[in-house]
Design a binder for this molecule. Structure first.
Ligand code: RNT
Ligand code: ZN
Length: 417
C-alpha cells in the first residue's frame, strides 16, 4: 500500500465524515457493483466469424496499430485492461467472438463454441454477458433482420437469437453469475417509410418466438435495446424507444438504454428511474455520442455522473446492469477500455460519497437552498483521494500510473503484431 495514498485517504475520510459520509461503507458498496466491459473495443467490432465489414449503421473510425486479430490476442489484451481496473467485473461478448471451425454460421452457434470464453472468465474471476450479432452478415444486407418481410431472413435471425439465449444461460450456469442477453437489431429505413407498423408487428412476433423457450431467470436475462437512428437508418428504426420499452414491460424482460441512441441533446440519466417503474431490470450501454451515435470512449462528464447517481441514489444497483458500449480505433484500444471503465466506476464512487440522508431530507423539507449548496460544495471534496485509495486497495495502479503499463505493453506486445 502506498504511504501517501494512505495519508491522503485518512484526511479525505475525516472530511467526508464531517459531512456525514462513511467513505469505507461507500467503498464496500462499490466493490459489489460490476461493470460489463464490452469485448468489441479490442478489435473494432470485427470478431472471428467472417471477414464481413461492419454494417448495421455503426462505425469504428481510426487505424491505431495493434488491434487484436484472434482470440488469444483479444484475451491477452482484455487481461491487461482488467489488471488496471479496480474491482470484479463482467465481460460482454458478441456472437461473432465464437470459436468455431470456420464453417459454422451464426445461426448454428452452440454453447460449446464459447467454452473457451467460459474458461477464460473462470481464470479471470469475472462474469459474462452476451449479445447476438444481427449485423455484419449477408443475411442482414437488406437492412432488416428479425423484422424482415422475407420469412427466410426472419427465421434465420430468430434461430440466431434463440441460440444466443442458450449461450447466455450457459454463461450464467457455468459461472454462477446471471448473464444478460442483449438483443439489438439495426432494422430500419434510410428514408421515410410508408408503413411504420408492419415491421414492428413482425418484430414483436419474432421476438415472442425468440423468448418462448423458458430459461432459468437465475442465470439468464433478456434485454431489448432501442435506437433512434443509425448511419443509413436515419428516418425510421423498428425498435424505437417506445417500441422497445413497451415490449420489455409487457413481456417482463429488461430494456436496454444506450447513451447514443436518442436525440443529440437527450440523455439517458433521467430515463433510468422511469423505466424501472415498469420493468424489473434495466440494462445500460453507457457510451458517449458526439453529434451522433459515435461511440466515443466514456469520459468523466456530467452525464456519466448523472447516470451513476440515478442508479445509486434510488438504490437501483441490483436492478441495473451497467454495460459499456463504445469503440474507438484511433487510440490505444486497451487504454480506451481502461479510461472508460475506470470513469464509470469513478462516477459510481462519486455518487456513493454523497450525504444521501441530508440531501433527501433537504429536498423533502422544501429546502432547495441546502440541496443546491451541499451539492455544489461536494464537487470540491477530496474525492480523488478516496478513489486513489480504492485503486490502491484493489491492487491496481493509482492515478495515471496505469498509462506507463499500457505504453510498455504497446511496445512489447502490440507493436509486434
Ligand atoms: C448499436 C448498438 C449495439 C452495438 C453493439 C456492438 O448502435 O449500440 O449495442 O453497439 O452491439
Ligand atoms: Zn449499444
Amino acid at each position: 500500500m502506498n504511504k501517501n495514498t494512505q495519508e491522503n485517504y485518512k484526511i479525505a475520510r475525516a472530511i467526508y465524515a464531517e459531512a456525514g459520509v462513511d467513505t469505507n461503507a461507500a467503498l464496500e458498496k462499490l466493490r459489489t457493483i460490476p461493470v460489463s466491459i464490452h469485448c468489441w473495443q479490442g478489435d473494432d467490432v470485427k470478431g472471428f466469424m467472417s471477414g464481413e465489414e461492419l454494417t448495421g449503421g455503426i462505425q469504428t473510425t481510426g487505424n491505431y496499430p495493434g488491434r487484436a486479430r484472434c482470440v488469444s490476442e483479444l484475451r491477452q489484451d482484455i487481461s491487461k485492461a482488467l489488471s488496471l481496473i479496480p474491482g470484479k467485473h463482467k465481460l460482454s461478448l458478441h456472437a461473432i467472438y465464437a470459436e468455431t471451425d470456420g464453417k459454422t454460421d451464426i445461426n448454428e452457434l452452440e454453447p460449446r463454441h464459447f467454452s473457451g470464453w467460459v474458461d477464460y472468465a473462470k481464470e479471470e474471476n469475472i462474469g459474462l454477458d452476451f449479445n447476438p450479432t444481427c449485423f455484419s452478415h449477408p443475411m442482414a444486407a437488406s437492412g432488416f433482420t428479425i423484422s424482415s418481410a422475407d420469412k427466410a431472413v426472419r427465421d434465420f435471425w430468430i434461430e440466431h437469437c434463440k441460440r444466443s439465449r442458450r449461450i447466455s444461460e450457459y454463461f450464467g450456469r457455468s459461472l454462477g453469475i446471471k448473464s444478460v442477453n442483449n438483443l439489438w437489431f439495426p432494422d430500419g429505413y434510410k428514408d421515410i417509410p410508408y408503413d411504420r407498423m408492419a415491421p414492428r408487428i413482425r418484430m414483436a412476433e419474432a421476438l415472442d418466438e425468440v423468448i418462448s423457450e423458458k430459461l432459468d431467470p437465475k442465470y439468464h436475462l433478456d434485454a431489448l435495446e432501442s435506437k433512434l437512428f443509425g448511419i443509413g437508418v436515419e428516418s425510421y428504426t423498428v425498435a424505437s424507444n417506445e417500441f422497445a420499452l413497451g415490449y420489455a414491460a409487457s413481456r417482463n424482460i429488461a430494456y436496454t438504454l444506450d447513451s447514443g441512441h436518442f436525440h443529440p441533446t437527450e440523455v439517458i440519466s433521467d430515463k433510468i428511474s422511469s423505466v424501472l417503474m415498469y420493468t424489473d431490470e434495466l440494462n445500460l450501454h453507457v457510451s458517449r455520442p458526439v453529434r451522433w451515435d459515435s461511440d466515443h470512449v466514456v469520459i468523466y462528464d456530467d452525464e456519466l455522473n448523472a447516470v451513476a447517481s440515478a442508479i445509486v441514489r434510488d438504490g437501483l444497483t441490483d436492478r441495473t446492469h451497467i454495460g459499456l458500449d463504445y469503440f474507438d480505433a484511433s487510440i490505444n484500444r486497451i487504454a480506451a477500455w481502461v479510461i472508460g471503465t475506470r470513469n464509470m466506476i469513478k462516477a459510481l464512487l462519486r455518487s456513493l460519497l454523497e450525504p444521501a440522508e441530508k440531501l433527501r431530507n433537504a429536498e423533502l423539507d422544501g429546502d432547495y437552498t441546502s440541496r443546491l449548496a451541499i451539492t455544489e460544495e461536494l464537487k470540491s471534496y477530496p474525492f480523488g483521494a478516496v478513489w486513489d485509495h480504492y485503486c490502491d486497495l484493489m491492487g491496481v495502479p493509482v492515478r495515471d500510473k496505469w498509462l506507463s503499463e499500457v505504453k510498455d505493453y504497446e511496445k512489447e506486445v502490440l507493436s509486434k503484431r
